[in-house]
Design a protein around this ligand. Sequence first.
Ligand code: PAF
Length: 277
Amino acid sequence: MKVARTIKEFRSARAEVGRLALVPTMGALHEGHLSLMRLAKEHAPQVAVSIFVNPTQFGPKEDFTKYPRPLVADLELCKSVGVDLIFAPDAREMYPPGEAKVTIDLPELTTVLEGAYRPGHFAGVCQIVAKLFNVIQPDIAIFGRKDFQQLRVLSAMVESLNWPIEIVPGPTVREPGGLAMSSRNRYLSADERTRALAINRSLVFAESQIKAGRRDSDGLIQWMRQMLLEQRLDIDYIAAVDPNTLAAVSSVAGPVVFAIAARVGSTRLIDNLLVDA
Ligand code: PAF
């Protein structure tokens, strides 16, 4: 496994390989990331992983400085699933001081849900993913469904900018009990971890109600809210949205994504479930 710390090093390693699938990450890898890497291997003979905690996608009050950075353990995990190339630059490599800032904006998709609570977040995500795509030149890029709005925004970016990159979604991997795997789960105490299970429970409840024929998402969201409040979760949003436009859906007639962002203690978690009526 080749580890490149600079753009120059990565580019010379890239020149040696053909079709390449990329799994972009911020490190602190877990089974969810490893499943994306295994999926990447099914799509291309060579797999690259980027590891970079991107400062521009964190808000001023968010966890950028405390975000875990266990690089040595991350590299071992990548090796264990047969990753070929790693790109692990530092912040100066990706954002040299004085470099002009470039913003890619997809306002229809980035002002709702996470975008409404984390202003500037998707501008930061688009900026770094665009830079990574230009350095890494992947044929395929894999993003998890857990960050479903990110997946939608980046798919739209690639389509709108005519980038010759296929975006492949990877399934959400869950811990026993249903908690979606996330690098931020390591901040949770045992009690918070138990209370956080209400997030997935409420999504599964919504799914079962839709499958049983219920169509009013507003009523369902009230029930879901109740389930989260009973566990003392601090809710940013619970929404039912169209998977493509991200517009709110009040009467379910086709595929709908139920999405949640809530804080358990000081840890903010997101999760979602695609339900097809
Ligand atoms: O999903 C993530 O880990 C990040 O948002 C990404 C796509 C690696 C960009 O920094």
